[in-house]
Design a binder for this molecule. Structure first.
Ligand code: ADP
Ligand code: MG
Ligand code: ZN
Length: 418
């Protein structure tokens, strides 16, 4: 009774307007189209969404996407609708009449994709609703949220085995950008993805140059760095506090570098306007807390600077990963000093949660410190954190100026100048 299925490559070209698949997208998509399960680890920006969107369009029925990023669902659905894909979402931000319309469309077979917040699947009505629909696949996005050891645990993700139990024949795909080998095993186990094919992309971003420098007067160091290397470039500067965001944005502007602030304390309208300007105009610097960046897809971000130490290597990797999406050279620049360590340890001590939680935060911080303190290649250290072995890159600060050599030079200069 099924109409002939379209080819994935035709869907990619006619619906999404792209010429060819990237990396392992084609293999992942074929796995789902064949009705098998997949576990996908790809860095942010690699193109995980198409891995479930295309098979949802190829297979009959609706693809159900579980995502914790409620704030992005409207944008995603709008973007899909603009491409002619029939998409909807169910989450707590919706008015009842909007929800009813999505439910009606689902049951009428008028949806290609349905985005769901994970807590929806605890509601028996939602499961009953899905039970009356024809389902193409389940996609579990941000799958690392199932890990209690990770940085982003969502208890609702533990319930997602219900999908497999109630719909054993519907293929599942779990996707994440942040996973060590241990987390990957944990995801597979907790989501009962026993027979899933694993697809692990390289996490290397060869065009990003990693640099970590001693913190003295960070705002001035930032100005010097930008003037010397990124004059007129678009970039993101991350600061820990809202006050520091404001002061840094003012400092840059006062030094002739066009900068805008972004943090959760700003008026929603101001935030939206600053974000829109950053995306649209050329050569703007966004000074922000980590509230900024999720779902931002600007290809020509030439640098990401951190004035304060990130809390984890995962966070550092995600944030720096917003640089150089276009593949052209980009810089990840961080200033770091003892004060950062003191401040972060204090924040951990006073954080909510039990002792085990604080220990986890401490472990994340220690890994970040190890990256700052390493005398060998930053990239090797970073990739090793994600379970990937590599050779010294020749394009990070420690490769370009090995700390020993540098110390020797300083010592020699001191000798010469006395
Ligand atoms: P991820 O979820 O892995 O972070 P996304 O799915 O959001 O990444 O994709 C990032 C960007 O890459 C999007 O703008 C997307 O349209 C683009 N993209 C993905 N796959 C391709 C492709 N095969 N060809 C061209 N652009 C692609
Ligand atoms: Mg994604
Ligand atoms: Zn290196």
């Amino acid at each position: 009774d099924d109409a002939p299925r379209p080819e994935p490559l035709d869907v990619l070209r006619t619906v999404f307007g792209y010429e060819s698949f990237r990396g392992e997208q084609a293999e992942v998509i074929q796995t789902l189209v064949d009705g098998d399960d997949a576990l996908v680890l790809m860095p942010t920006g690699a193109g995980k969404s198409l891995c479930y969107q295309v098979p949802a369009l190829v297979r009959p029925g609706t693809g159900v996407v579980v995502s914790p990023l409620i704030a992005l669902m409207q944008d995603q659905v709008d973007a899909l609708s603009a491409a002619g894909v029939r998409a909807g979402f169910l989450n707590s931000t919706q008015a009842p009449h909007e929800r009813r319309e999505v439910e009606r469309a689902l049951l009428a077979g008028e949806l290609d994709l349905l985005y769901l917040a994970p807590e929806r699947l605890r509601v028996p009505d939602t499961l009953a609703l899905l039970g009356r629909a024809r389902l193409a696949l389940f996609a579990i996005d941000e799958a690392h949220c199932v890990s209690q050891w990770g940085h982003d645990f969502r208890p609702d993700y533990l319930q997602l085995t219900v999908l497999h139990e109630r719909w054993p024949d519907v293929p599942r795909i779990a996707l994440t950008a942040t996973a060590t080998a241990a987390t990957r095993e944990e995801i597979a186990e907790r989501l009962e993805l026993t027979d899933a094919r694993h697809f692990v992309a390289s996490f290397d971003r060869p065009n990003i140059q990693y640099r970590i420098t001693d913190k003295a007067s960070p705002r001035q160091q930032l100005v010097d760095f930008l003037r010397a290397e990124h004059d007129g470039d678009a970039g993101i500067v991350y600061c820990l506090s809202r006050a520091s965001v404001e002061q840094t944005a003012e400092h840059l502007s006062a030094h002739g570098i066009p900068a805008l602030p972004y943090h959760a304390g700003l008026d929603a309208q101001v935030r939206a306007r600053n974000q829109a300007r950053f995306l649209r105009e050329e050569g703007l610097v966004m000074v922000a807390t980590i509230a900024f960046g999720m779902g931002i897809d600007k290809p020509d971000v030439r640098f990401v600077a951190h004035l304060d130490l990130p809390k984890s290597v995962e966070g550092y990797y995600q944030e720096t990963g917003r640089a150089g999406r276009d593949g052209l050279p980009a810089t990840a620049w961080l200033t770091y000093g003892l004060q950062d360590v003191v401040q972060q340890r204090r924040m951990i001590e006073s954080s909510e949660g039990d002792a085990a939680h604080r220990r986890r935060l401490g472990t994340h911080l220690d890994a970040m410190l190890a990256l700052c303190e390493t005398a060998s290649c930053r990239r090797v250290q970073l990739l090793a954190y994600f379970g990937q072995a590599s050779q010294p890159c020749g394009n990070c600060d420690t490769c370009l100026a090995p700390p020993e050599t540098w110390d020797g030079t300083v010592a020699a200069q001191k000798l010469l100048s006395t």
